[in-house]
Write a protein that binds this ligand. Structure first.
Ligand code: ADE
Ligand code: ZN
Length: 344
């Protein structure tokens, strides 16, 4: 099922494969060109003020080395227009990548900590998302991701502010430095979010151990795991994830660039598919990791010579694992079937 070397899908068709993107940090879509443009607009002098000097920083040894640059580059986001422009730039690229539905995370605490009003970030992103269907044909949802290396009290405070201002969020997530910041730190946060009717996701098993995946399910009640690749190290956990069909939003190019895996050839995704796990392909922070979601598919097809049935299955998983309405899911699944029919 995972490999059919004699009949790999045409790489050119991967950008038209209809798909949902479920693991995407909007701040991770800030391309170097836009970083310099926003810096100039806001009168900021950056530590790496040219494209070449900035691009030279995009070599990472682990998650933290990436996060250091990712947070530093957010300094250029000051006004609602900055957040809106970043979001529109992502939607334009997502449209080219065949994305029909995007569930977009943002990091509210990272902006508040820099002195940017929460409403500036929320309103700017929300303004772009409000016209995503009209402008790009993409349905969207917004997820507030909380920084697991910060205290739970800070997350709870920001969540209350988001609820008070009726921010248009569908759910919460958990991101940033994973190791040493287990799900057990955030039990009250997730209880409060659930009580407020929000959907629950969390990063787990990216750099952290398989036990964090289990704890995110058991202690936080998450419906979807972001990454989850280290789950393969625990056979009993894999059995459970298969039985419950827990969605895992895998990000292959991210895992290679952050050295969560040695090479793409060594990525556990083929093994995860064979095991019957509910996996889908996502881009995480595409401006930093070498490409948007279709580039992730293209790298996988180049590496594993997957056939059209395999990529159809992965795209279908992304749609079925989304928080879109049943009607919207049915539309997208029909588009995926039409794409598959055109491949043979
Ligand atoms: N924040 C942005 N990208 C992230 C990732 N891949 N893991 C954890 N936190 C993140
Ligand atoms: Zn992520």
């Amino acid at each position: 099922m995972t490999t059919a070397p004699e009949n790999p899908v045409d790489p050119a068709a991967l950008a038209t494969l209809p798909k949902a993107e479920l693991h995407l940090h909007i701040e991770g879509t800030l391309e170097p060109e836009l970083i310099l443009e926003l810096a100039a607009r806001n009168g900021l002098t950056l530590p790496f003020p040219t494209l070449d000097s900035l691009r030279a920083q995009y070599e990472f040894s682990d998650l933290q080395s990436f996060l250091d640059l990712y947070y530093a580059n957010m300094a250029v986001l000051i006004t609602e227009a900055d957040f809106a422009d970043m979001t529109r730039a992502y939607l334009a690229r997502a449209q080219e990548a065949g994305v029909q539905h995007a569930e977009i995370m943002f990091d509210p605490q990272a902006h508040v900590a820099r002195g940017v009003e929460l409403s500036t970030a929320v309103n700017g992103i929300a303004a772009a998302l409000a016209s995503s269907v009209a402008d790009f044909g993409i349905t969207t949802e917004l997820i507030a991701a909380f920084l697991r290396d910060q205290p739970e009290a800070s997350a709870l405070e920001v969540l209350e502010q988001l609820l008070d201002m009726e921010a248009p969020i569908i759910g919460i997530g958990l991101d940033s430095a994973e190791v040493g910041n287990p799900p057990s730190k955030f039990i009250r946060l997730y209880r409060r979010a659930k009580e407020a009717g929000l959907r629950l996701v969390a990063h787990a098993g990216e750099e952290g151990p398989a036990s964090y995946v289990e704890d995110a399910l058991n202690l936080l009640g998450v419906e979807r795991i972001d990454h989850g690749i280290r789950a393969v190290e625990d056979r009993i956990l894999v059995k459970r994830l298969v039985a419950e069909q827990v969605p895992l939003t895998v990000c292959p190019l991210s895992n290679v660039r952050l050295r969560a895996v040695d090479t793409l050839a060594a990525h556990p995704l083929p093994q995860m598919i064979s095991a019957g796990l509910n996996v889908c392909v996502n881009s995480d922070d595409p401006a930093y990791f070498g490409g948007y979601v279709h580039a992730n598919f293209a790298a996988l097809v180049a590496e594993f010579a997957w056939d059209a049935d395999t990529v159809e299955k992965l795209a279908g998983n992304s749609v079925r694992s989304s928080f879109a309405s049943e009607g919207r899911k049915a539309e997208m699944l029909a588009d995926i079937r039409a794409w598959r029919a055109a491949q043979s």
